[in-house]
Unconditional design. Structure first.
Length: 579
């Protein structure tokens, strides 16, 4: 009886909690709804106001896309489907996680013959974009579970071998010649890299490695992808994808050469963590992003409570057993002489037809906006087909496997088309950047000072003007008498931080009271290393709390903050503003 009573009590709590959440969602939705022309924004605390501006200015991903072809994963399809259903993650995320993990293991077992007769690695680069809480860590954890367990065990054994090796060297004397090379590092996975670190990892470690990260923003916003190192990192990773060779000469560091290495990559990131890398034309121009298979699943529907363990799925258990089997095979010194997965006659014909279609569409048809991606689509399909054949222990790619690989590549191309189309208009990003800079300032800012003091991306009159026009359209700023002021921010609710004697500039930024004299210093403090700004979504808790206080906002303060309906900008220039 007590169990039934407890269950009833839990259901009652759940019902009341659901009603509270529904009411909160309704209030939040009212404040985030698209603004009608002339409508005044209710002032919100700064984090919530920033979040609202991001919703109003960020274009939504096109939802007119085909669903992820999960069944096209062949021998990986059932395990990925069980993960998607059991863990309640998107099929695209489950599919990408299993496919990338399979490529990590297959790349050191075989190569693949492409339709031009060449032999290519089975390495794959994958990018999956999803919101926080959509299960990136869960999908990656299941897909890599056997690999992490293997790496932990062999890593401990290698540490003991290194200790013995170093002790033996010390016993012989510091200047005595070494009788043997140090034991090879067995690690296959890393979550973040620099190119110099990756070269050293190949110099000291195994030929087949991978970069897998559920927080890819660490890499995309880190040293390797900073503005000064982005091209070098991208070009080096492109070379590894193409040839699997490393050749470097450094002054004072000698020459490093290694052939037949393999690298597979899976980056799982939130949309905000991509920063400006996705729209960076130089990265697409040198072929960095065109080598990535992209999955950008739609946001998940509300989930239900459903306990699930991977070991409850026979397909997932079988997948993990296959991982362990492949991990037990000795790692080759190099991967250039591995067995070659061949194409059957039917598979070659299927892929040849796909090649001609991609050539036409990329050069004359609808895929011209993603031309570099479409021109690599056939090789991507050959690699995917090779991974699935290796996983199934098949020496040849049949027609069905080729068709499945083509479907997966088509899905990636569709996602790239949508992602780049949404990124093609930079005005929204610039407008959001300008609002983030203006919002902490309670006083109007002279428009002519923005190119001198504002963020680098809008330090031209034309970019400033188009960004301001977009902000006015969204009702996020008011422009008058040559000055602009951010709307929708309740500065009265801001809690000033304690003074920071060690960093007075940081204190000025946190309070939002930086003056034009220190505006450049302020900009440096508010910008992240990747050129972006503080992640507003990290304030989700503050935003939720703000939502519960929205109805209690003081109407008189709201009228004072808004100053009436925002005017419409007709033209913006350095010397005059037409309203």
């Amino acid at each position: 009886m007590s169990v039934i009573t407890d269950a009833a009590r839990n259901l009652d709590h759940a019902a009341r909690g659901a009603s509270i959440l529904d009411a909160l969602a309704e209030r939040v939705g009212q404040h985030l709804a698209p603004q009608t022309p002339g409508a005044a924004l209710e002032p919100l605390p700064l984090p919530a106001a920033m979040y609202r501006a991001e919703v109003l200015l960020t274009p939504e991903m096109n939802t007119d896309r085909q669903s992820y072809p999960l069944e096209a994963l062949g021998p990986l399809a059932q395990a990925a489907g069980d993960l998607a259903y059991g863990a309640q993650v998107s099929p695209a995320m489950a599919g990408q996680s299993f496919l990338a993990a399979a490529a990590l293991l297959a790349q050191s077992r075989a190569n693949v013959r492409t339709i031009d007769g060449g032999v290519r690695p089975l390495s794959l680069y994958c990018l999956t974009v999803a919101r926080s809480g959509d299960g990136k860590d869960m999908a990656d954890r299941v897909a890599l579970r056997a690999i992490h367990a293997f790496q932990r065990d062999v890593g401990q054994a290698w540490q003991r071998e290194m200790e013995a090796y170093e002790a033996a060297c010390a016993e012989r004397g510091k200047h005595a010649p070494k009788s043997a090379a140090p034991p090879q590092a067995p690690y296959r996975l890393a979550g973040d890299i620099t190119i110099e670190g990756l070269r050293r990892s190949y110099a000291e470690g195994v030929a087949g490695q991978g970069v897998f990260s559920t927080e890819a923003g660490v890499m995309l916003a880190g040293h390797a992808m900073s503005q000064d190192h982005r091209t070098k990192t991208a070009a080096s990773l492109c070379g590894l994808w193409d040839r699997g060779n490393l050749s470097v000469i450094r002054g004072g560091g000698g020459r490093f050469e290694r052939y037949g290495v393999r690298l597979s990559v899976h980056l799982l990131a939130q949309p905000e963590a991509l920063g400006n890398t996705l729209a960076d034309e130089s990265l697409s121009g040198i072929g960095f992003w065109p080598r990535f298979l992209l999955a950008w699943p739609e946001e998940l529907a509300p989930r239900v409570f459903r306990p699930w363990l991977p070991d409850a799925s026979p397909a997932v258990v079988g997948y993990l057993a296959r991982c362990t089997e492949l991990l037990r095979d000795p790692m080759p010194d190099h991967c250039d002489d591995l067995p070659v997965i061949e194409l059957s006659a039917d598979a070659r014909q299927e892929l040849a037809a796909f090649f001609e279609l991609m050539e036409h569409e990329a050069r004359r048809g609808e895929l011209r906006p993603v031309r570099p991606f479409a021109l690599r689509a056939t090789e991507q399909a050959c690699r995917i087909a090779g991974v699935m054949a290796t996983w199934a222990n098949e020496p040849m790619i049949d027609c069905d496997t080729a068709q499945n690989a083509i479907r997966l590549v088509r899905s990636s191309l569709e996602n790239w088309q949508t992602a780049l189309r949404d990124k093609a208009d930079p005005v929204s990003d610039r407008a959001l950047t300008l609002y983030r800079w203006l919002a902490p300032r309670g006083e109007p800012m002279p428009i002519r000072e923005i190119p001198r003091l504002g963020p680098a991306s809008i330090r031209s009159a034309s970019r400033r003007d188009t960004a301001l026009e977009r902000l006015v359209e969204a009702g996020l700023v008011a422009v008058s008498a040559g000055r602009v002021r951010a709307l929708g921010v309740n500065h009265a609710t801001a809690q000033p931080p304690r003074a920071n004697a060690a960093n007075p500039a940081k204190t000025r930024v946190e309070t939002g009271l930086a003056t034009p004299a220190n505006a450049c210093e302020t900009l440096r403090m508010t910008e992240r290393d990747d050129g972006g700004f503080t992640d507003i979504r990290s304030h989700s808790q503050a935003f939720a709390m703000a939502g519960t206080r929205m109805d209690a906002s003081d109407s008189q303060d709201s009228q004072h903050s808004q100053g009436g309906s925002p005017p419409t900008v007709i033209a913006l220039h350095d010397d005059k503003v037409a309203l």
